[in-house]
Design a protein around this ligand. Structure first.
Ligand code: SAM
Ligand code: DTB
Ligand code: SF4
Length: 368
């Protein structure tokens, strides 16, 4: 145990030596905040951003005593981010169900008999109404999800571009998750002002085939490269609780941290088991594994936004507090994710109040 502990201090402690300000983040959390009373930790705690973490180093970090792990992650977090602020994001499923892919966790796959119905692509005005409502609820990022394997190149794509422009005009960050993208589509989305594109690696390359067979890991990496090349910020993370072992989590973290630059946004989801999907009867994951995953992501990718994503309804307030302490700095607001439930907004506001967590950078209200 002492050796492991030493290992963590070494892995992180070395990295805690003065390093260049990589300035990768899409938000500059180091700006003096208008609201915080907490000190931003001294710049000397800023870490070198690395892309060469080995599986052994990641294991050492992930398996260190929980209090050490969370302490280190909190140090890294405070060196790079405003630790009492969390970004509120809101999701909207703009095209639901009927997806030809076979992702074992997903209620929107046409291959599984779930309660999720099929709905065509929404209209632009309905979408923007939802975005305005999200902004009124404190969200600064609006994420539009479509159950597509890849993006159709027809009038529906033009409609998505209009949605992106509209969300940007509301003063919000616009994120899309539409499946695989080609180069032209990525450029068109960038031209429309898209802030970020979400495409998750989901798990390690080794475990991936247990979960998805209809597209491969390399295709995911290729889409991420096209997003990056188009100048859109990358949102990519994964899911825990699908029956993977810890090695699969280290493998996912390593793949994410190998991306250069790191994804600006790393959503960490805990499986929401949905009846009718192959993973519908998975037992609940231990919330402390989620805390470890978040802490490790924070340490490996210090400047990224680490997003506590799906699965919050299964977490106690205490577990969520630990996730924030471990470096999560974003949540999805609103009582629905894409198709599954999320905490009610009253419960979230009570929680944020109790924890002294603030939603940061509320969007300006001047436009539209
Ligand atoms: N079709 C697009 C794609 O797969 O890229 C976008 C939508 S998909 C729903 C976005 C992500 O949500 C998935 O990659 C997965 O990580 C996450 N997700 C989907 N169903 C989930 C579930 N039941 N529990 C937790 N996360 C889930
Ligand atoms: C991500 O990693 N999690 C969000 C967002 N990216 C698109 C989606 C979670 C979906 C949970 C299942 C559902 O509601 O359908
Ligand atoms: Fe389709 Fe995305 Fe669901 Fe996979 S996760 S089945 S690609 S909607």
């Amino acid at each position: 145990m002492a050796g492991r502990h030493f290992g963590l201090c070494e892995a992180v402690g070395e990295a805690l030596s003065a390093g260049p300000d990589q300035g990768q983040n899409e938000h500059d959390h180091r700006k003096p905040s208008h609201v915080t009373s907490l000190p931003v930790y001294h710049k000397s705690l800023m870490v070198n951003v690395r892309h060469d973490w080995s599986i052994q180093e990641i294991e050492t970090i992930y398996t260190s005593p929980l209090t050490d792990l969370v302490f280190r992650a909190a140090q890294v977090h405070r060196a790079h981010h405003q630790a009492d602020e969390v970004q509120g994001c809101m999701l909207l499923s703009i095209k639901t169900g009927g997806c030809p892919e076979d992702c074992a966790y997903c209620p929107q796959s046409a291959r599984y008999d779930t309660e999720v119905g099929r709905e065509d692509l929404m209209q632009v005005d309905e979408t923007l109404m939802a975005a305005r409502s999200a902004r009124d609820q404190g969200a600064t990022r609006f994420c539009m999800g479509a159950a597509w394997r890849d993006v159709p190149t027809d009038a529906r794509f033009d409609r998505v571009l209009e949605m992106v422009k509209g969300v940007r005009e509301l003063g919000m960050e616009a994120c899309c998750t539409l499946g695989m993208l080609n180069e032209k589509q990525a450029e068109a989305l960038a031209g429309a002002g898209l802030s970020a594109y979400n495409h998750n690696l989901d798990t390690s390359p080794e475990f991936y085939g247990e979960i998805i067979t209809t597209r491969n890991y390399q295709e995911r990496l290729d889409t991420l490269a096209r997003v990056r090349n188009a100048g859109i910020s990358v949102c990519s993370g994964g899911i825990i609780g699908m029956g993977e072992d810890r090695a699969a989590r280290y493998g996912l973290l390593r793949q994410l941290a190998m991306l250069d630059p790191h994804p600006e946004s790393v959503p960490i989801n805990m499986l929401v088991p949905v009846e009718g999907t192959p993973l519908g009867s998975r037992p609940a994951e231990d919330p402390l594994e989620l805390v470890r995953m978040i802490a490790a992501a924070r340490i490996l990718m210090p400047t990224s936004m680490v997003r506590l994503s799906a699965g919050r309804l299964a977490l106690s307030e205490e577990a969520q507090a630990l996730c924030f302490l471990a470096g999560a700095n974003s949540v999805f607001l609103g009582d629905k994710l894409l198709t599954t439930p999320n905490p009610e907004s009253d419960a979230d506001h009570r929680l944020f109040e109790k924890l002294g967590v603030k939603l940061f950078g509320e969007a300006p209200r001047a436009t539209a």
